[in-house]
Design a protein around this ligand. Structure first.
Ligand code: ZN
Length: 165
């Protein structure tokens, strides 16, 4: 059994049962819906158990799980003004700390969400790189430009991740 743990909220865990779950953490985010979890609302599972339940479709998942869903979700969550700002930003790195941090937390990029697993499977191992790729590609998309640049081409498998959708 791997020691990696995943934290989800009670709502996403639903009516499942499993032997080795532990309830309650100090602080964190649900890797399935991005809500804050704390105290008795948090359920911590081993990665193996999480994967097993997830693959059987037994857990709710409200977070994007691939890049096109990320773009859809960004379209939904951002105002027109915010989209305009991202579209015209002189350097996408400027988003790394504020909005980038928000996305890394919200979308479980540090804590093993399904989306982060997709990235890892395609050679992108660090959450900072994941959020950078999402924001760069979203900026390109808003500008109707080809979804590529020097940074993204350092991750050759990201192209596969795009084609998958
Ligand atoms: Zn949840």
């Amino acid at each position: 059994m791997r020691k990696i743990k995943k934290t989800i909220c009670k709502e996403c865990f639903g009516n499942n049962e499993c032997e080795e779950l532990s309830i309650g953490v100090l602080k964190g985010f649900c890797v399935l819906c991005g809500n804050d979890v704390s105290g008795n609302n948090a359920i911590t599972l081993s990665s193996d158990t999480f994967d097993k339940l997830y693959e059987q479709g037994l857990l709710n998942n409200k977070l994007p799980t691939n890049l096109s869903q990320c773009f859809d979700e960004l379209d939904r969550m951002l105002s027109d003004n915010e989209k305009e700002d991202i579209k015209n930003i002189p350097n996408i790195c400027l988003l790394h700390h504020g909005f980038g941090t928000y996305l890394r937390n919200k979308w479980g990029l540090w804590t093993g969400s399904v989306l982060s697993k997709q990235f890892k499977d395609h050679g992108v191992t660090h959450p900072d790189s994941m959020s950078a790729i999402i924001l760069r590609l979203y900026n390109k998309k808003l500008n109707n430009k080809p979804l590529n640049d020097e940074y993204i081409s350092t991750y050759p498998n990201v192209a596969k991740l795009l084609k998958k959708e």
